[in-house]
Design a binder for this molecule. Structure first.
Ligand SMILES: [Zn+2]
Length: 322
């Protein structure tokens, strides 16, 4: 009986993959799996596959379902998170007004909380990653878009309608590029991994000289990884593009600093694989543009440490809070 109700499930429901992890009460990862989302099958089938995967793995790992106290699930926004409803989601096209928390609770008999995926990853880093021992943190994840989360005074910031901290849509240029959200000049429209690569493609298509042109011709596309690889080889366009990305991210850091005054600003997501050349340039532009009236800017800009497990750890940690 001592085994009962002491573990937590964290789920990261993405457009491509669903990651599921089982964590102990002190957030030690007991098992994790990843299954393809196959979102086109629709919510009923996808949710059933999640339930089956949890039951099967729990059996296989000999950590019975009865030891699970609560379940947390992270999905891209916007959603009615506090009601547990995915309202609509561009990565999960058939998920319209899906009361996923209620359905999972019915099928698994445990409380379920729904959370924004970037918030979940932010909370994971805060609880067991780079944000341990601090109380205020801003978190960015650089992927297709720029997801974000804010920890203020030890708590995630939700706002009046659950969708606060959409910092990727902070406007950095009021007459700037059109963002997928409909605004102009969002940070995301420049400095996400996808848009960093897209700006390189556009420049080449407009006639810019670059060693990336060969990549574009060969693969039909350029990725942010390609751009950083060609930066390392000394390509001038790659330098220009990655500098613009770093400058926008630095502006994002400065704006966040003024809103939140965090101890740390943390970057996560696929693009941080670019490493030091990315981080050093963000810090460089941060120093260039930050106000001079208060010189002792002690905020630390750094990379996340949990990698792709942050989402499942954070979702489980939020389930533990309930
Ligand atoms: Zn936007």
């Amino acid at each position: 009986m001592a085994m009962q109700n002491k573990n937590f499930i964290g789920i990261d429901l993405g457009g491509t993959n669903i990651k599921i992890g089982c964590l102990s009460a002190n957030m030690k990862l007991l098992w994790k799996i990843s299954i393809p989302t196959n979102a086109q099958m629709g919510p009923a089938i996808v949710i059933d596959r999640i339930v089956d995967a949890i039951k099967e793995t729990a059996n296989k790992k000999n950590i019975p379902l009865k030891t699970i106290k609560a379940i947390g699930i992270g999905t891209p926004g916007p959603a009615k998170y506090s009601q547990g409803i995915i309202t609509r989601c561009s990565n999960l096209p058939k998920f319209t007004n899906v009361p996923i928390s209620k359905i999972l609770k019915k099928k698994l008999g445990r409380p379920v909380i729904l959370e924004n995926d970037a918030n979940a990853a932010c909370f994971g880093e805060f609880v067991v990653g780079v944000g341990r021992n601090i109380k205020n943190m801003v978190f960015f994840t650089l992927g297709t878009g720029i997801g974000a989360g804010i920890i203020s005074d030890g708590k995630l910031l939700y706002g009046s309608g659950d969708n606060a901290a959409e910092l990727g849509h902070t406007i950095v240029n009021i007459n700037g590029r059109l963002c997928s959200c409909g605004q102009h000049g969002c940070a995301e429209a420049y400095a996400s991994a996808t848009n960093t690569a897209k700006r390189a493609t556009e420049a080449i298509e407009a006639g810019a000289k670059s060693s990336l042109k060969k990549v574009l011709n060969k693969n039909g596309q350029i990725t942010s990884k390609d751009v950083y690889e060609h930066l390392a080889k000394g390509d001038k366009l790659a330098k220009k593009i990655t500098d613009e990305t770093a400058e926008v991210l630095a502006v994002l850091c400065i704006n966040s600093l003024h809103y939140v005054e965090p101890e740390k600003i943390v970057f996560a997501g696929g693009m941080i694989a670019a490493g030091k050349p990315l981080l050093d340039r963000i810090k460089y532009y941060f120093k260039q543009h930050i106000w001079k009236i208060k010189q002792e800017n002690t905020v630390e800009i750094c990379f996340a440490t949990l990698g792709e497990d942050a989402g499942i750890i954070g979702a489980a940690a939020l389930a533990r809070e309930t």
